[in-house]
Design a protein around this ligand. Structure first.
Ligand SMILES: Cc1cc2nc3c(=O)[nH]c(=O)nc-3n(C[C@H](O)[C@H](O)[C@H](O)COP(=O)(O)O)c2cc1C
Ligand SMILES: Nc1ncnc2c1ncn2[C@@H]1O[C@H](COP(=O)(O)OP(=O)(O)O)[C@@H](O)[C@H]1O
Length: 303
């Protein structure tokens, strides 16, 4: 798989099919769209690609740091697994934001990327103030000689699968449902930082994570997770919250890794969220918390 930054490069090699979108989460709806683009591209003898903005378009448009489901690194791995030939990267900045729909199509898709097929979802919009919709894309396809495929919404359990819905489910702690919409566990990557150094004394050292990007955070509570350290995956338990037993006030994301005993401060870990187990509680003594933590471990050991 190639990754091409369109800032200083253009594709001169071959004609391409492309899927367009933010693809935050690369959920089951995104996968269907991308697989369809790959298949349709193959029929036409085209290479396949996705165009990804380095930064989240909504964050630029609304000038805020929006919460996200996936980092670009995670997207690259997932897209490579799907069989994508090329990822085109672009910086979404104020100039880009002000491009008219037609200029976006002509300057980027046609001139820089040699696109012959564009696949988008039913609610895709593009160009300044998101003025361009599917019908305009189809017209521009006629003008600039590329095919356009607009995919209908993908439903699951009677709901349209969307990144916004999945983020809301995660915020509510409904991890199982969020994961069924994602098609894999929601996962967060980040560096292990120092905490209060209390975990080891409780018999449960916890790796405190600093999120690598502004990942959406599940509601406070204890979760069954798995944790990737280096190239190994371990069973784990993750507590999100303010440790009310100890009257902390900031929210931490901390993971106790089973059958593990290494110093991993400063290392990057990935935590996959599998299941919500219980609320974070205020215990009257630390001994009671320790008893509960043993019960938590038994919950995930037994299956
Ligand atoms: C499985 C698990 C369950 C936890 N449950 C609670 C809880 O219910 N209430 C609470 O106050 N803290 C809970 N904690 C957080 C501990 O209080 C925390 O790990 C400890 O204070 C260590 O913090 P440190 O990493 O800053 O040293 C839990 C931690 C783990 C790993
Ligand atoms: N099984 C384990 N799970 C998580 N971290 C572990 C484990 N074994 C050793 N560690 C190490 O111990 C650190 C956590 O110890 P802890 O006493 O909770 O300190 P802190 O408050 O700094 O997180 C982790 O950051 C990691 O480097």
């Amino acid at each position: 798989m190639n990754i091409i930054d369109l800032k200083n490069n253009a594709n001169k090699e071959s004609d391409y099919a492309v899927a367009l979108g933010n693809f935050d989460g690369l959920h089951i709806g995104h996968s269907i769209l991308i697989k369809d683009m790959i298949d349709e591209g193959k029929k036409r003898g085209l290479k396949n690609s996705v165009l990804i903005f380095k930064n989240y378009t909504k964050s630029v448009v609304y000038n805020k740091n929006s919460e996200m489901l996936t980092s670009n690194e995670q997207k690259f791995i997932l897209l490579e697994d799907m069989g994508i030939d090329t990822i085109y990267m672009m910086n979404f900045d104020k100039d880009m934001m002000h491009l008219s729909p037609e200029d976006f199509v002509k300057n980027i898709l046609v001139d820089k990327m040699r696109i012959k097929l564009v696949a988008v979802g039913f609610n895709y919009s593009f160009g300044y103030k998101a003025q361009g919709k599917g019908d305009l894309l189809a017209k521009l396809g006629n003008k600039y000689n590329f095919d356009v495929k607009i995919l209908p919404p993908v439903y699951k359990d009677g709901l349209i699968v969307s990144s916004t819905l999945i983020k809301d489910l995660i915020r509510e702690g409904n991890i199982s449902k969020a994961n069924s919409f994602l098609g894999r566990p929601f996962s967060m990557a980040g560096k292990v930082i120092y905490g209060k150094r209390r975990g080891s004394s409780l018999g449960f050292p916890t790796a405190n994570m600093e999120r690598k990007i502004n990942f959406v955070v599940p509601k406070n509570g204890v979760y069954e997770t798995s944790t990737i350290v280096g190239d190994k995956e371990y069973k784990s338990l993750t507590n999100i919250g303010s440790n009310p037993t100890f009257n902390n006030n900031n929210i931490t994301i901390e993971t106790y890794i089973l059958n593990f005993n290494e110093n991993i401060y400063g290392k990057e870990i990935t935590v996959n969220f599998l299941r919500y187990l219980r609320e974070e509680k205020k215990f009257s003594t630390k001994e009671e918390l320790i008893i509960q933590m043993h019960k938590d471990v038994n919950m995930v050991k037994s299956d």
